[in-house]
Design a protein. Structure first.
Length: 52
């Protein structure tokens, strides 16, 4: 899979590396900003802070 991705990217080796690093950074950002908070709220809800 990674070899196929590497082959379809345009440009020389250095440009391909920059594209792959940008893609990895974009996926990491999306997970940190959207994925992990959703998972924490869905699967590990915080208890109600109000004590009666």
């Amino acid at each position: 899979m990674y070899a196929a991705l590497w082959r379809i990217l345009p440009g020389p080796w250095s440009v391909r590396l920059l594209i792959v690093l940008a893609l990895v950074a974009a996926v990491a950002y999306a997970l940190i900003v959207h994925g992990y908070p959703w998972a924490m709220q869905t699967f590990f809800p915080t208890p109600d802070p109000v004590i009666e």
